[in-house]
Design a protein around this ligand. Structure first.
Ligand SMILES: NC(=O)c1ccc[n+]([C@@H]2O[C@H](COP(=O)([O-])OP(=O)(O)OC[C@H]3O[C@@H](n4cnc5c(N)ncnc54)[C@H](OP(=O)(O)O)[C@@H]3O)[C@@H](O)[C@H]2O)c1
Length: 322
């Protein structure tokens, strides 16, 4: 047995995979979550981080904290969005760091996001101001992890979009739309979106916790291949066993529809289901450079989106759209 680690947000999309891998590596895993759930951990603690005080003994004898808990998804929701994200992502991190300092915890691996960077800039991101409440809260939390001096071995992982079984968010919506036949066959637009498989991100996190060279570093994690919307569409069709249509929808038509959506949104004071922001997310680029973690720690992703798509399609629920 190697010792004790804490995984916050253990019951989410990434948490169980990380807990499973840590247990397989011989760690005793204490999981922190808001609502009690069963999973691959030795002990479960229910706690609303950022809002409730951290019990004195939570981090006693803990070697490393993997901090995943937080409010994800970079969508602003009303005027309180900044405060909601601040509490869930920044305050929870501050509280954990303070407790870690008291208990002499050695390592702290923070699961941040590429959204903590300014997406409009070329790949030189230091000093950029992130443009969403989610990104701002993640960026502030990153700075606390790296600059507070609370632990000896702080590391920040900026993950790109994560794929894997039971996908959530963007990929889940895309798969459901293609499966339902609603998603139009877009032409190849040459855009690119970085992503990473959940198991590869887990491997990267565990390597960062151990590897002395990772101390104080911030790493972007991707699978090394940006995917265009057209490619993702074709992978989904392939996994569904369907043929790629022989026609494509001119993207200009989608732009017109998005502009109409913007207008409807302005008229009713609330965003329409399809507008320019949704279109940009669909056909825009979000490419990030994951080379430093490969160069410095020898991290090599082992999965690709195409190879993983069949499992994703088969594990996605039929019921809800979102
Ligand atoms: N998935 C991605 O594509 C992706 C990409 C980049 C970065 N990340 C980051 O990776 C981390 C994990 O992502 P995920 O996809 O696993 O997220 P997720 O599925 O939304 O899970 C988040 C987990 O955090 C818990 N949680 C939320 N607020 C909490 C609080 N105040 N106190 C205690 N627990 C709380 C949730 O519990 P409840 O179920 O009770 O709400 C849930 O277990 C997040 O920090 C996210 O920002 C994820």
């Amino acid at each position: 047995m190697q010792g004790i680690v804490i995984v916050t947000g253990a019951s989410g999309f990434l948490g169980p995979a990380l807990c499973r891998a840590l247990k397989a590596a011989g760690w005793r895993v204490h999981a922190v979550m808001r609502r009690r759930a069963t999973g691959p951990w030795d002990k479960a603690v229910t706690l609303d981080l950022g809002r409730h005080c951290i019990p004195d003994d939570l981090l006693a004898d803990v070697d490393c904290v993997f901090h995943l808990a937080g409010k994800a998804h970079a969508v602003a929701q009303g005027n309180d969005a900044d405060e909601e994200y601040r509490l869930a992502n920044y305050q929870s991190t501050l509280d954990l760091l303070a407790a870690a300092r008291v208990q002499g915890v050695r390592g702290f691996v923070y699961f941040s996001s590429v959204k903590a960077m300014d997406e409009d800039r070329p790949p030189v991101w230091v000093g950029a101001t992130p443009g969403t409440p989610y990104g701002r809260s993640k960026r502030a939390a990153e700075e606390a992890v790296l600059l507070s001096g609370s632990v000896a071995h702080p590391v920040v992982l900026r993950s790109s979009l994560v794929y894997g079984p039971h996908p959530k968010g963007y990929l889940a919506r895309l798969i459901r739309a293609v499966r339902a036949g609603w998603f139009p066959p877009l032409p190849e637009l040459g855009n690119g979106r970085s992503m990473v498989h959940r198991e590869d991100l887990v491997d990267a996190a565990i390597a960062c916790a151990h590897e002395p060279r990772a101390r104080g570093r911030t790493y972007v994690v991707t699978d090394g291949t940006p995917y265009s919307t057209r490619q993702i569409y074709e992978f989904i069709l392939e996994a569904l066993g369907r043929r790629v249509p022989g026609w494509t929808l001119p993207v200009g038509l989608l732009r017109l529809a998005a502009l109409s959506g913007d207008g409807i949104g302005r008229l009713r004071g609330r965003r329409f289901i399809f507008d320019s922001e949704v279109l940009e997310k669909l056909i825009g680029s979000a490419c990030y450079d994951g080379a430093p973690i490969a160069r410095e720690l020898g991290f090599q992703p082992r999965r690709t989106l195409r190879d993983s798509m069949a499992e994703m399609v088969s594990t996605i629920s039929e019921v809800s759209w979102f």
